[in-house]
Design a protein around this ligand. Sequence first.
Ligand code: 6GU
Length: 281
Amino acid sequence: MRIDVVSIFPEYLQALDISLIGKARREGLLDVRVHDLREHTHDRHRTVDDTPYGGGAGMVMKPEPWAAALGSIAGTTAATGTGTPATTVEHDGGARPLLLVPSPAGEVFTQAMAQELSTREHLVFACGRYEGIDERVYDFAAEHYEVRPVSLGDYVLNGGEVAVLAMVEAIGRLVPGVVGNPASLVEESHSDGLLEYPVYTKPASWEGREVPEVLLNGNHGKIARTRRLWQLERTAARRPDLIRALDPATLNRHDRDALWHAGFMIEDGRIIDKPADPAGE
Ligand code: 6GU
């Protein structure tokens, strides 16, 4: 998989040299290329921003450097600014690369999205700073890319770089060969719509705290059922929104029983909150 990242702070992306993603790059599984947006400026100050039309706080990223950077990555000649239409050179993979634009105004990035993106040939990330990138850049980019604004969640970062680190790690680890033991991708949080069950290691007794007995006696059927129960209990307590989003058809009798005890019920093929008990027990 090829991943290009465009940023005015390429040093931020140095974290992609280390750990699992760094190793995958050295092994040739991930071809990650970081680009400095300022390389695509032509003035002495290497200007990438300007004041917003219509007024308002902060600065907006200028379109020309973005067009040049994204155009060159897409294998095209960027618009010249003289009215000459861009000359399109066919992208090698056939399918257009995907341009992911980190933004708190984007669609929320999820494990399901990471799964989908991990099958793509070429991802490009455009890290905005300041109040954002001139909106016309997205329209321009749509001639060469499939454009998708993505958000990590409902909070604001100063720029896209930290979000790209998170997304490249989430996507890259799903690329075949990047994680040594693929089984570890199966039983982790969000892979089945639930949070992961709690895990324990030696010693069995530590600081007066015991590892749950069921894990010690080798009854693997019972362990699997207990772990599933723990997943449902933990998800109900921490992320009731994920419980409500489950398909009841995927739940067995034990699951339904656990969810009943956690305050949920199934009605008309949907999982809903159990009404408060009027007797008030
Ligand atoms: Cl992806 N970018 C920025 N700048 N802020 C964010 C975000 C992304 N996700 C949440 N907040």
